[in-house]
Design a protein around this ligand. Structure first.
Ligand code: P6P
Length: 326
């Protein structure tokens, strides 16, 4: 299509942002785009081909796995294994990380952490859901099996991060540290096309997103913040799908809150493949992300599925929350 930039074209054009790029990261990002198109197709057909619903098992989080959770996990793992750019994958759906054993993958320079389908409790009610991914350069020697240390890296070490939103239209949004760009899937040509170049979020906003059912379980500072949002007549918007809430706030301005609560003392969201990658996006778009005390990107994980409190979005709103929590 004349005048349209596809994701593949954009990635190749921007490869020069990395003077020493050999094209591996470009190929990896294109593999992610390819896998996203397959998952998008399955998400759109879920209700028709009995892909909705639970499979009767639980993931390490003790959360009931949905059929699409497992399918999305398998699609991304297969696409990335075939691509050969990553030597290993950590996923919300798998207790331990996967170290690929084939020779081609062992030569991979990167590892990927992902939530293959976040917000899965919304699958059966046709609410937007998403994929979140984070890419690190491996620390272990090329040619060997991936190690846990390859994954336990702080967000500042990410070389790329992004999300796919399977919604009224499907979008892929990513950063490699040179700004944030959004691509909308054009089903008529099966390509993600540049629709949101150089995304920026406002320093403040009117929207706050939190499950206020947790109000009385939350720290006093968060209760005070929520009370102030009501006094200032801010707008409450909470979909219960992190990617959808994050994406709306990125575009319109706002803050998403998931505090540590008496029920979830370490918060609910996972640092490695939810909070860190979206923090990278937020910061690259002029926003910020923290656990209330520390910049999310600087938290070094000690375990794969580590949880953290999470405040992300317009930087002045995140700052207001931090003041109240100190
Ligand atoms: P709650 C979905 O399970 C998720 O990880 C995020 O996508 C979402 O924002 C949050 O949990 C919803 O949690 O406790 O409000 O249902």
């Amino acid at each position: 299509m004349i005048g349209v930039t596809t994701l593949d074209e954009f990635i190749i054009d921007r490869q020069d942002d990395f003077p020493f790029a050999t094209g591996d990261l470009s190929r990896l990002l294109r593999d992610i785009g390819f896998a996203s198109k397959i998952v998008n197709r399955e998400v759109n057909m879920a209700g028709l081909v009995d892909l909705a619903g639970a499979i009767g098992s639980e993931n390490i989080q003790g959360e009931e796995q949905q059929k699409l959770d497992v399918l999305a996990d398998e699609v991304f793992i297969k696409a990335l294994k075939n691509g050969g750019e990553v030597c290993g994958i950590a996923s919300e759906e798998n207790d331990d990380f996967i170290a690929f054993e084939n020779e081609k993958s062992k030569q991979g320079k990167y590892v990927l952490a992902m939530d293959p389908l976040d917000g899965s409790s919304n699958i059966d009610v046709n609410v937007s859901i998403g994929t979140i991914f984070s890419i690190f350069k491996r620390k272990s020697e090329v040619g060997t099996l991936a190690t846990m240390d390859d994954f336990l890296q702080p967000g500042t070490e990410q070389v790329a991060a992004g999300y796919v939103l399977y919604g009224s239209s499907s979008m892929l949004v990513y950063t490699t540290g040179n700004g944030v760009n959004g691509f909308t899937l054009d089903p008529s040509i099966g390509e993600f096309c540049l629709s949101h170049p150089n995304m920026k979020t406002s320093e403040s906003g009117k929207i706050y997103s939190m499950n206020e059912g947790n109000y009385h379980l939350s720290p006093q500072g968060i209760q005070t913040y929520l009370d102030s949002c009501k006094k200032e007549e801010k707008t409450a918007r909470y979909i219960g799908s992190l990617v959808a809430d994050f994406h709306r706030n990125l575009i319109k301005g706002g803050v998403y809150l998931y505090p540590s609560t008496t029920k979830a003392p370490n918060g609910k969201l996972r640092l490695l493949y939810e909070c860190s990658p979206l923090a990278f996006i937020a910061e690259q778009a002029g926003g910020s992300a923290s656990d209330g005390f520390q910049r999310t990107m600087e938290i070094k994980p000690t375990e794969l599925h580590q949880r953290c409190a999470y405040y992300v979005g317009s930087k002045n709103m995140v700052a207001d929350i931090e003041v109240l929590l100190k």
